[in-house]
Design a protein around this ligand. Structure first.
Ligand code: FNR
Length: 342
């Protein structure tokens, strides 16, 4: 097994043994109204990301590919995605771009789900032709480009040169025929990052914030001595990142991920302006601990509960959810106030 294949398996194993993080979704309180004035059949949470149309506002976010175990997981995730009619992303495709023997561990998702919405995934360090090859490999409907600087720094074999990331992203955004989603991997985004992305023409961003899977923690666990564990709290939480994204939401589609545990977390993301919510570890845990059928049931339950919550909020669609009043805890309110003062 190569170092890269070993790393893929380490990530899955450590994600499955990941401790729960405190969730700052609990710091957002939706205001209850006693007379919702709609009925369940009025509700549709249909949504759009760039030119793509999602029947349901949730998706399975990027995880894996590039080892035997990863290929088996992608196979099972693709069944779940097909049966529940929600989009799915594969994990970083660098492994297959460098070693064609690993291509089937990604392509399996297209074989299983020929008509589903799938996202390719690459890092911001790769040359332009990799982007097109990644899209072609799985006939992707969109391309995710991940940003993971803190992970690289803590990863024993990680990169240290981020100088070309923005220009690489710009080149892909200019030439790609499919929508490009710039995504974090659990460290969140700030308004400064989103302003940089907007300036180069990015139209969709997954702010993937802190509060769920933590890749500084995971890389520290893989590192001899775990000596950078003081960085384990790095980054902005998902609710903070959504607040940071508000000035950009009229010109960029914002996706929310990072620690989405329940349908209520997803609904709170939509109230804060996200157009869809992504789940990684919540799905991986169910899949590996219980199996494909229980994971399909979990997602079906998740979708039904999204509708239940929209119903009690009196919100018949994603636009109405954005109008739902909410109150922030002192910590979130303080963040908002301090950032507005600058
Ligand atoms: C990830 N994530 C990820 N993201 C990415 O863009 N490319 C990748 O290759 C991976 N690999 C990966 C492996 C595993 C095992 C997990 C659990 C996650 C990050 C993922 O897409 C997401 O941004 C974070 O995991 C936060 O979401 P959750 O896990 O808190 O729902």
């Amino acid at each position: 097994m190569t170092q890269r294949e070993q790393r893929k398996d380490d990530h899955i194993r450590l994600a499955l043994n990941h401790p729960e993080s405190p969730s700052s979704f609990d710091q957002i309180h939706l205001v209850h109204r006693s007379i919702p004035s709609i009925k369940q059949t009025d509700i549709s949470l249909h949504t759009h990301i760039s030119s793509l149309s999602f029947e349901h506002p949730i998706y399975i976010n990027a995880m894996t590919g590039g080892s035997k175990w990863a290929g088996e997981i992608n196979h099972k995730l693709a069944i779940v995605s097909r049966e529940t009619n929600i989009p799915m992303a594969v994990g970083s495709m660098h492994a297959a771009l460098k070693n064609p023997a690993l291509i089937p561990t990604y392509q399996v998702i297209r074989e299983v789900n020929p008509n589903g919405i799938v996202f390719a995934n690459i890092g911001a360090d790769v040359p332009l032709d990799f982007a097109q090859r990644a899209i072609d490999m799985i006939q992707a409907d969109a391309l995710q480009i991940h940003l993971n600087a803190p992970q690289e720094v803590v990863m024993p074999e990680g990169g240290r040169d981020f100088a070309d990331w923005l220009s690489n992203i710009e080149a892909v955004v200019r030439t790609s025929e499919v929508p490009v989603i710039i995504k974090e991997v659990g460290f969140g985004m700030s308004s400064e990052t989103l302003a940089q992305l907007k300036a180069i023409g990015v139209k969709a961003a997954d702010i993937s914030g802190r509060g769920g899977t933590n890749f500084v923690y995971i890389e520290n666990e893989r590192r001899p001595g775990k000596d950078q564990s003081y960085l384990n709290d790095w980054g902005q939480t998902t609710p903070v990142s959504l607040m940071e994204s508000m000035p950009f939401q009229h010109e960029m589609d914002i996706l929310s991920s990072g620690g989405i545990r329940t349908p209520l977390d997803a609904i709170k993301s939509f109230v804060l302006g996200a157009k869809a919510a992504g789940l990684s570890r919540t799905v991986l845990n169910e899949l590996e601990l219980k199996g494909v059928e229980p994971t399909i049931k979990m997602i079906e339950r998740f979708k039904a509960h999204l509708t239940d919550i929209a119903l009690i909020l009196g919100a018949k669609d994603m636009t109405a959810l954005r109008e739902v009043p909410y109150v922030l805890s002192p910590e979130l309110e303080s963040w908002q106030r301090q950032r507005k003062q600058r």
